[in-house]
Design a protein around this ligand. Structure first.
Ligand code: SF4
Length: 294
């Protein structure tokens, strides 16, 4: 598919210290420009629309108007990336999404940091964030929308990924993604690649591999779990609208230096589809002395 990822606001209810958009919090995005971006996406051939932020559900009217426009332009799939804030209490928004999901592929992708309020609220730096998330999960699980989840692996939750997975399975997600923390400057939440990979592999032993996806961990580190590398399921082309009036066609993280690969990767059978590692994990990745997969 050809996807347009649209950042519709940078405001957020939570204050996750590992959020790579937080420095943009004051950035205002005009609705006129968002509508133009959706039209440009359709002209470019986009058939999938991701609404993200910030917290997109803080702008329910924007979501409704943008999705109505996208429907008129024949987009086929929608994903809303959220911490659940606006889906816990805004029944008008939930009803709209429910109705759209009757005929369209519409996924709500929830950010989940912990299996309880202690961990989730700590990482969100917002008291009550877990309770809100659970209400949103419940509302969406009663609708026609499908559920994805994303958990960023940190020092706080690395040893409870299986408890998180256990809790999430009750909501019947299509898949649960576990992602490498992506921060230019390491913080006390930064966890090594080796610890993250170990934790993900523990999940692989316990759960159906079809339910698990990763982000930021290449195939060569997930022997036996190669089918879980989330990047394999990414759209073929990604357009990005990430601050007011900045539209990137065919945005590639490798081209922008956000990701890195080894020189030897050209010999690897996964080279054409592999996105390597986040640049901040490159040094540790090199120390693994990886051999390309032949
Ligand atoms: S292309 Fe490189 S980073 Fe990707 S799986 Fe192969 S060896 Fe690993």
């Amino acid at each position: 598919m050809h996807c347009l990822n649209l950042k519709i606001t940078y405001s957020c209810t939570n204050k996750c210290s590992f959020c790579f958009s937080s420095y943009l919090k004051k950035e205002q995005i005009s609705m006129t420009n968002l509508l133009s971006a959706v039209k440009k996406g359709a002209e470019n051939g986009c058939d999938e629309l991701v609404l993200s932020g910030g917290e997109p559900t803080l702008e329910p009217e924007r979501i409704i108007e943008l999705l109505k426009l996208a429907e008129s332009l024949n987009y086929q799939k929608y994903i809303i990336q959220t911490n659940g804030a606006g889906l816990a209490t805004n029944h008008k928004l939930v009803a709209f999404l429910d109705s759209l999901a009757r005929n369209k592929d519409l996924h709500i992708s929830f950010s989940v940091h912990g299996c309880d309020s202690k961990t989730h609220d700590l990482m969100s730096r917002k008291k009550g964030a877990f309770e809100t998330l659970m209400k949103a999960f419940y509302n969406i699980s009663q609708s026609n929308c499908k559920i994805y989840t994303n958990t960023v692996i940190t020092t706080v939750n690395v040893n409870q990924l299986d408890s998180i997975a256990e809790m999430l399975l009750a909501f019947k997600p299509d898949f649960m993604q576990f992602s490498m923390l992506h921060l230019e400057t390491p913080t006390e939440l930064s966890v090594s690649m080796s610890d993250s990979v170990r934790a993900v592999k523990r999940l692989g032993k316990k759960y159906d591999l079809k339910l698990i996806k990763t982000e930021g961990i290449p195939y060569c580190l997930l022997h036996g779990m190669e089918c879980c590398v989330g990047e394999s399921f990414w759209p073929n082309i990604l357009d990005l609208y990430n601050s007011d009036n900045k539209y990137f066609s065919d945005f590639k993280q490798l081209d922008y230096g956000m990701r890195k690969k080894l020189q030897d990767c050209t010999k690897c059978i996964f080279n054409s589809i592999c996105m390597g590692v986040w640049k901040e994990h490159y040094e540790e990745f090199c120390s693994f002395n990886i051999h390309p997969i032949c």
